[in-house]
Structures are given as structure tokens and as C-alpha cells.
Write a protein that binds this ligand. Structure first.
Ligand SMILES: Cc1cc2nc3c(=O)[nH]c(=O)nc-3n(C[C@H](O)[C@H](O)[C@H](O)COP(=O)(O)O)c2cc1C
Length: 187
């Protein structure tokens, strides 16, 4: 079997007990063998400021950019903040996009899962992020879409999926994402 694709997972919430982080763990337990999932942390990234890129570049930016460059693909798992993405996630997107001409995102296959304890599935966050990924030239999985509601009862205590139907849907989702990476990843 060929080496699995390295998928960098970006979790949009900074909260320790975040449902989005628990989802990342639950996905890793589903056993899609064509990919490995590894969270790349964004909580320590200073707010993007071009002056820093032209002066003393923060170590956290350098670490983040290097980890993202090493990844074959990116899975964004985001909550919704005021019908958009959390500021920390947008900041990570901005940090990765610069310096101009050295974006870590260009050409990298991506997928977006949005999650909320509410019932509307965080559609707004998903599509605001999608807008940035178009500009950043990331081929982004379109189907199946993943707008997950009811996060409060989604996980077992050990971060498995409480409902086999959710596990089944997420298994299909990861399989489709692995197909998508194989189709769109640059050699
Ligand atoms: C500033 C803020 C804005 C929020 N706005 C929304 C929203 O627009 N839509 C929504 O479904 N939930 C919203 N929520 C609730 C989040 O979905 C909820 O806090 C969720 O648990 C965050 O994800 P996490 O568990 O991964 O941290 C908001 C929460 C915060 C703190």
C-alpha cells in the first residue's frame, strides 16, 4: 500500500473541550487508511501584521507555515461565530497566505466540516471559509457537504460517535475526501 496522505487538521475553536476538537479525535478513530489526521495548532499565532513579516517573524508563524507546507491536504473543522468563522481560524488562514507569493495553501486539497450544538449546522461559517479557499486556490471538496448540528450529544465520553449513523456519514465523508486528494493533489 502507498504512504497515506498527511492531512493537517485545523480546529477553529481555541476552547479546551471544543466539540470541533472532539470531532477531530472521533474522525481519527474511523480508520480511513489512506489518510493520517494530525492537528496543527493555531492558538498561539499572533494576529497577522505585515510589519512582522518584514521584520522579526514570530516563531509561531514560522512553525505553523512549516507544518502546513509539509501537509498533503487540509481538513478545516470549524464552529460558527456570528454566522462566520472564528477570528482565530481566519487569522491562521491569513498567516498561511503570506508573505505574498509564498502561500502555504495554493493547490492544496481541502475539505470543510462545520459543527454547532445548535440545529442549523453552521452553514454560514462553512461558506465564509469556502469563499477564502477559492481565492487561495485550494481545490475544496464539494460533496458530500458536512454541516453538523447537535454537537452536544454527538460524542461518547471517549470521543467516539454516539450515533452509528453519524459515524457512517463521517466514514463516507473521509473516504470521499481521500478520493478527492488522490484526484487533485499535486505530485
Ligand atoms: C462569539 C460566539 C459566536 C457564536 N455564534 C454562533 C453562530 O453564529 N452560530 C452557531 O451555531 N453557534 C454560535 N455560537 C455557539 C457555538 O456554536 C458554540 O459555542 C460551540 O460550542 C463552539 O464550538 P466549539 O465547541 O468547537 O468551541 C457562538 C459562540 C461564540 C462564543
Amino acid at each position: 500500500m502507498s504512504t497515506p496522505y498527511r492531512v493537517a487538521v485545523i480546529v477553529g475553536s481555541l476552547r479546551k473541550a471544543a466539540y470541533t476538537r472532539r470531532l477531530a479525535h472521533a474522525l481519527a478513530g474511523l480508520g480511513e487508511s489512506r489518510i493520517t489526521l494530525g492537528i496543527v495548532e493555531i492558538g498561539d499565532l499572533p494576529l497577522y501584521d505585515q510589519d512582522l513579516d518584514e521584520g522579526v517573524v514570530p516563531a509561531a508563524w514560522t512553525r505553523f507555515r512549516a507544518e502546513m507546507k509539509a501537509a498533503d491536504a487540509v481538513l478545516f473543522i470549524t464552529p460558527e461565530h456570528n454566522r462566520s468563522v472564528p477570528a482565530a481560524l481566519k487569522n491562521a488562514v491569513d498567516v498561511g497566505s503570506r508573505p505574498y507569493g509564498a502561500s502555504v495553501w495554493a493547490g492544496k486539497p481541502a475539505a470543510i466540516i462545520s459543527l454547532t450544538p445548535g440545529s442549523l449546522g453552521a452553514f454560514g461559517a462553512n461558506h465564509h471559509l469556502r469563499q477564502s479557499l477559492v481565492f487561495l486556490d485550494m481545490p475544496t471538496l464539494q460533496q458530500p457537504e458536512a454541516y453538523l448540528g447537535g454537537a452536544g450529544s454527538m460524542f461518547t465520553e471517549t470521543d467516539g460517535f454516539a450515533d452509528p449513523k453519524t459515524a457512517g456519514f463521517m466514514t463516507t465523508y473521509l473516504s470521499r475526501f481521500a478520493d478527492w486528494i488522490a484526484k487533485t493533489a499535486k505530485a
